[in-house]
Design a protein around this ligand. Structure first.
Ligand code: ZN
Length: 173
């Protein structure tokens, strides 16, 4: 049975480390971790989560965009596991958007991200995929892949004036 995991909060060193490559996606411990991540991100109303946020320094993330109370305008998609992702290319064009993070509750930041990216990764079945993502999904991928390199969204804001509380954010939307 999948286990609802505790989410590492900002200040935990695991959030600032570099995640290791997964050699064998079919490893039962990797498959069990994916199942735990799926229930944990759904329970927390997240649109994505990275393994280091569950104290597992592995190159693995879940993208699970759907409208929810934290992101009312998120597009609907089937949740998917993304293993060993590499960004192949990024558009020159960027756009600013509000981000939050399950590891930094109560805060939102206006973060510039590339509007289009190409990503190569392995699925949980071990198949190689190359996909292009745009706008909100490109943002989620960039946010989660940052976690695999020890980077969090507050590192990406251009000014501390671009940080606001979650309560203030929800009042504005
Ligand atoms: Zn995050």
């Amino acid at each position: 049975m999948p286990i609802l995991r505790q989410i590492a909060q900002l200040g935990q060193p695991v959030l600032r480390g570099v995640a290791g490559i997964i050699a064998d996606p079919s490893d039962p411990t990797v498959q069990a971790l994916i199942d735990d991540m799926l229930v944990t991100v759904a329970d927390a109303n997240g649109v994505g989560i990275a393994a280091p946020q569950l104290y597992e320094p592995l190159s693995l993330l879940i993208v699970a965009s759907r409208p929810n109370p934290r992101y009312p305008d998120a597009p609907m998609m089937a949740p998917m596991a993304v293993i060993n992702p590499e960004i192949l290319w990024m558009s020159d064009e960027k756009e600013h958007g509000w981000e939050g993070c399950l590891s930094i509750p109560g805060l939102r930041g206006l973060v510039p991200r590339h509007t289009r990216i190409g990503v190569r990764f392995l699925t949980r079945e071990g198949e190689t995929r190359e996909e292009e993502y745009t706008n909100f999904l490109a943002r989620v991928f960039q946010h989660e892949i940052d976690h695999l390199h020890g980077i969090v969204f507050i590192d990406r804001v251009e000014s501390t004036l671009d940080l606001i509380t979650e309560k203030e954010y929800l009042r504005r939307v």
